[in-house]
Write a protein that binds this ligand. Structure first.
Ligand code: SF4
Length: 323
């Protein structure tokens, strides 16, 4: 059983979510924004923990809607749409701060787009003379400041395959990190974690692989926690960089290089052709990975076969499209 099977069969991954996306009727008008992909597909693997910050700070349903406002160069505030003296900013910040214990156990968070409380980015901000779309929901912003490594995404952006795949990959990576912490932090476990993510890191940002390796190599009993935190921050930042077709081609060729001595000319040619078909967009990434996996497993190359790159998350969620 591989790690993902273990994760999916023994325990779903804890992921926070804006309650209205779960179909809870908590919006200002008593409505909801249930999202069937999130509920049905991601819900098979994620243990959703719904939370509505506006209800948590004592607002009822229905209620007056809120908006973000800015006066001159002053900070952005979240106020009632019909009465700017009703400023909910401190309450929403406190609400996010009070959820720290819960947030630190999560492996991801799905937020409601455009909300002055929950929006991740691009929320409308009303100014004195004109509006802009550069705000962050107050609850979401505080949570992201407190936990900058937490994978966060909005429901709307999950409709875009590359962003969806990137988010899912980060959530599963964070779940493996949390598992490592549960088992107990040690240099050996970090060495193994890095080794199994090396190809994945290369598919996002090849140059970072060495930097991360240096952090692992510099670990000792005195700096273990500090270096592990530094590793996690850099690792999650690397995974946020979009993987591209050309970077994947480099990784596939790297894997092929490991197999070179054990393949006859015909098999090698078949793999080269499949990688080329992927490079020009005629097949998806899963085609060369499946082919390479077959030979990697047959030749017991554990460095590659144990890599999370070959099996990043359950196949039902796998898109591996990367254009
Ligand atoms: S967007 Fe956030 S604050 Fe608004 S209803 Fe949904 S969960 Fe509640």
């Amino acid at each position: 059983m591989n790690g993902n099977q273990a994760l999916s069969s023994s325990a779903k991954i804890p992921v926070g979510i804006s309650s209205c996306l779960m179909g809870h009727e908590v919006r200002w008008d008593g409505g909801h924004k249930a999202n069937s992909y999130i509920l049905k597909t991601l819900g098979e693997y994620f243990d959703f923990r719904p939370f509505c910050p506006e209800l948590d700070i004592g607002l009822g349903v229905p209620r007056k809607p809120m908006q973000l406002t800015r006066h001159g160069l002053n900070a952005i505030h979240c106020v009632s749409i019909d009465d700017e003296t009703k400023d909910f900013t401190p309450a929403l910040c406190e609400c996010a701060d009070s959820q720290r214990r819960w947030h630190e156990q999560l492996c991801g968070y799905i937020l409601k787009k455009d909300s002055p409380s929950c929006g991740m980015a691009g929320v409308k901000v009303r100014g004195e003379t004109m509006s802009s779309e550069d705000g962050i929901g107050v609850y979401a912003g505080t949570m992201m400041e407190n936990f900058p490594d937490l994978p966060v995404e909005e429901e709307d952006r999950l409709g875009r395959p590359a962003l969806r795949e990137n988010f899912i990959q980060r959530v599963f990576a964070m779940a493996r990190w949390q598992k490592l912490l549960e088992l107990g932090l040690s240099k050996d476990r970090l060495v193994d974690f890095h080794a199994r993510h090396k190809l994945m890191i290369m598919s996002h940002d090849p140059g970072s692989q060495r930097n991360l390796q240096k952090i692992v190599a510099a670990m000792n009993t005195e700096n273990l926690r500090e270096n592990a935190q530094e590793y996690l921050s850099q690792f999650m930042a690397v995974l946020r960089i979009p993987a591209t077709r050309s970077k994947h081609v480099n990784v596939l060729q790297y894997i092929l290089g490991h197999l070179n001595g054990s393949l006859d000319a015909g098999k090698k040619q078949q793999i080269i052709q499949t990688i080329e078909k992927y490079r020009i967009g005629r097949v998806s990434l899963i085609a060369p990975i499946t082919l390479l996996s077959h030979y990697v497993n047959a030749h017991s190359d554990s460095n590659i076969s144990n890599s999370w790159y070959m099996d990043p998350y359950p196949s039902a969620l796998r898109l591996q499209h990367v254009s």
